[in-house]
Write a protein that binds this ligand. Structure first.
Ligand code: G1P
Length: 323
């Protein structure tokens, strides 16, 4: 490190202490995976929604891979009852690996091993009662400790050349403090999300001037919705500890962030890639189509299949909800 850079970093660390946030690297990511998946019944009666597959890997794998690409070294899952299979998915399956090796299926084995977190890189804790996203995040406080962390909501999976979280970590290196990724939404859909207010542009993001969770129609401060990716300072846990219930009678993360915004800055990162809400059947099917088309080995055949189905299916063949 040259003298100039060392001085710059030292100055930023001193500055960050004065401003009340830590300029530590983002090493840990939290994945709240306790949700019941009621929008997806009956599929999620016995299978966690995070384990439903998009093309050939579970939804949660996409989100963990995004975090890994961003340099995250420790993966913290806030699970719930009936979610043990998520822990199994990220464990070594010794018999399977051995069988693949014996059968010479080296490509498949190498792929599994590439996706395998190293020993000690995962932690699991449970949200014992479903009390909202803010409460789920608070359940990770002991595992995160006193350092900034990434938060990735596993319902949302993204598609872009460079991952959303990777860009956020780069913005964080410039700004410190807290970062929230946002995207534009149809104003008629704003009431489904957390919405931020847009302040002046800075670095490759902008300052956030306010936030509201699930605004009433016509009251949203912008059409920029929180897309499920955050970098937060550990001071959020102290606020969540005494948090009252908000929208939907749940402990809302957005309300806690609004309080933290009084002490620390929040920056918006405007993500320009595609986001799929895999918590809803439409978003999940869209993700399957998009990720199949995204893959070189499937693009041509899938495009053909989709075109044929669209051409062939007569309106009289369409069904409503299948019983
Ligand atoms: C949560 C957040 C919301 C965000 C959304 C993205 O809401 O509270 O701010 O916009 O995720 O999916 P939920 O989907 O849990 O209602």
């Amino acid at each position: 490190m040259t003298g100039g850079i060392a001085e710059h970093v030292a100055e930023r660390i001193m500055g960050s202490k004065r401003m009340g946030w830590s300029m530590k690297r983002v090493r840990k990511a939290v994945f709240p995976v306790a949700g019941l998946g009621t929008r997806f019944l009956p599929a999620t009666k016995a299978i966690p929604k995070e384990m439903l597959t998009v093309v050939d890997r579970p939804v949660i794998q996409y989100v963990v891979d995004e975090a890994r690409e961003a340099g995250i070294e420790h993966f913290i899952f806030v699970t719930g009852r009936n979610k043990a299979v998520i822990e199994d998915h990220f464990d070594v399956q010794f018999e399977l690996y051995d069988t693949l090796a014996q059968r010479g299926k080296d490509d498949q084995l190498a792929r599994l091993q590439r996706l395998q977190p190293a020993p000690g890189q995962t932690s699991f804790t449970r949200q014992q009662v479903p009390m909202g996203l803010g409460h789920a995040v608070w359940c990770a406080r002991e595992l995160v400790g006193d350092e900034p962390f990434a938060l990735l909501l596993p319902d949302m999976i993204m598609q872009s050349e460079k991952s959303c979280m990777k860009d956020m970590v780069e913005l964080y290196a410039e700004t410190g403090n807290n970062i929230i990724a946002v995207q534009e939404c149809d104003p008629a859909e704003a009431h489904k999300y957390g919405i931020v207010g847009r302040g002046e542009d800075t670095h490759h993001g902008f300052r956030i001037t306010g936030m509201v969770e699930k605004p009433k129609p016509g009251t949203a401060p912008s059409n920029l919705f929180i897309n499920g990716r955050y970098i937060l300072q550990p001071e959020i846990f102290g606020i969540l500890e005494s948090q009252e219930r908000g929208a939907g009678n749940e402990i809302q993360l957005t309300d806690a962030m609004l309080k933290l915004e009084k002490q620390q800055s929040f920056y918006g990162y405007h993500y320009k890639g595609r986001t799929f809400d895999c918590g809803s059947p439409e978003g999940f099917v869209e993700a399957n189509v998009a990720f199949a088309l995204w893959r070189n080995d499937m693009n041509a055949s899938m495009a053909g299949v989709i075109r044929t189905l669209l051409d062939e299916m007569k309106p009289s063949e369409r069904r409503g909800v299948l019983g």
